[in-house]
Design a protein around this ligand. Sequence first.
Ligand code: NAP
Length: 508
Amino acid sequence: MTGQERSEEKSECVSLSPMREAVPAPPECERVCVCGTGDLGRSLGLRLLQAGYGVVFGSRRPHSSSSLIPHGAQVLGHAAAAQSAHLIFIAVQREHYDFLVPLANQLKGKVLVDLSNNLRKNQYPEANAEYLQSLVPGAEVVKGFNTLSAWSLQNGPSDANRQVYICGESVEAKQAVMAVATKLGFSALDRGFLSVARELEDFPLQLFPQWRLPLYIATGLSAAFFFYLLIRDIIYAYVTQGKDISFRIIVSLANKVCPIVSLIMLSLCYLPGVLASFLQLYRGTKYRRFPDWLDRWMLCRKQLGLLALGFAFLHVLYTLIIPIRYYGRFKATEHTVSVIRENRTTEFDTTTAWRGDSYLSLGILGFSLYVLLGITSLPSVSNVLSWREFSFIQSKLGHLTLLLCTAHTYLYGWNKFLSSSTYKWYTPLGYMLCLVLPSVVLLLKLLLITPYTHTHRHTQNNTLSVMTALSSRHELLFLCYYTLKGWLTFNHRLQCFWDLKKTAITFN
Ligand code: NAP
């Protein structure tokens, strides 16, 4: 530093009166510069001071800087501040980066950390960090810290996101920034070269990207089943019998929609896995990329599962309030009174008791495992599980959950599907529709765990042999053919059964 520059720094330097407890940085501590005394600059400066760094703020108006500046920091003009440190944080909006152009020579070889974000995606043709690099070609630009908010910096990593993403061309520069991040209590992750900067800048603008598809599916399914059941249950009763049972929309209908959507969404969590396995068997190798749609689907399984759990939870709550509903109490009283009035005796039906208890018990077991799946999908829990533990819970117990919930629904429906009166306006019951997907998933999973395919998939690491019963394409086609044929035969028999039943009713 020349004598003239030193005197310039002295004249620009402002001593700040203490605002909080004085924690002046030790004289020998490493100095870092923060350009910009706005919200982010001040929060970062405070944390740097607390971590033991000497902080010099670079400001347009060093003499009239805000009294909010953390105590212990110096405020200088941009040139003097940049001169005083090797590591410089740029906490200024991209639109004002031109103040750095006259300092280009002075910034040669220094590390500039670009903290900026944009207001929307693709706001500028190039990333802010790349733009900064083009303005100051001699400096080592590193993108980082932009995914943290001023609030989280002020409150410390324990109360917010701990992750700091870094990218840049120079390894040394990135290491210097990562060292600061670690000292501040964050965990830094090197995301690669400066070309990744745009991705990091888009990160704070994301709005639940992985939740979008599952939310669309949940909304679509809820709306579709709500209208389906509204027509079947409420409108049908009104049109055919003139009965207004619209009050059932609030609880009864909701308690039908929730389990239906929950079961379908749980099946949608496990369907991509079995489809992927079949695809691998069909291709004879696991070393080929899955189609994009399957990839996307598999990536949002956690969100699908958590939403499914939410719907299951609502189903449980709705079910719990059934006994205290006016409608439920009225029906029970009405039944008792009519039995007494007509002097009837009611027989205890063991089958119904068995069915009721089994259906409730399966529901409770299924829901408990459902909750376990949800809990273990939380990062704080999954982080402490080994891969084997995680896959045991999410895959094995997950399929068991699906099995229990499907069995719960089958028992709930019992033999209602055999009665033609349930087919109002020729539409099947909601529970019948929701059973299709889980049944298919469980059937496919059963095929995958048959000893033949199972052993082969696990013993052949690199290539899935084409010699197995299912890996041969022809045999896979045969399997599909026989499954379809079986289904058609079952349908035909069911039709004959109904015809016979109808004939019997007519003769009686
Ligand atoms: P801010 O409160 O508006 O502060 C910006 C600072 O930039 C001002 O205080 C000013 O400091 C300086 N500045 C303004 N105009 C200037 C000009 N023409 N030339 C030179 N310097 C100028 O903004 P902020 O919230 O701190 O954000 C700063 C940057 O960090 C932005 O790019 C933002 O996207 C990014 N960021 C902010 C947050 C956050 O939580 N706030 C989080 C992540 C990233 P002086 O008056 O001292 O010169």
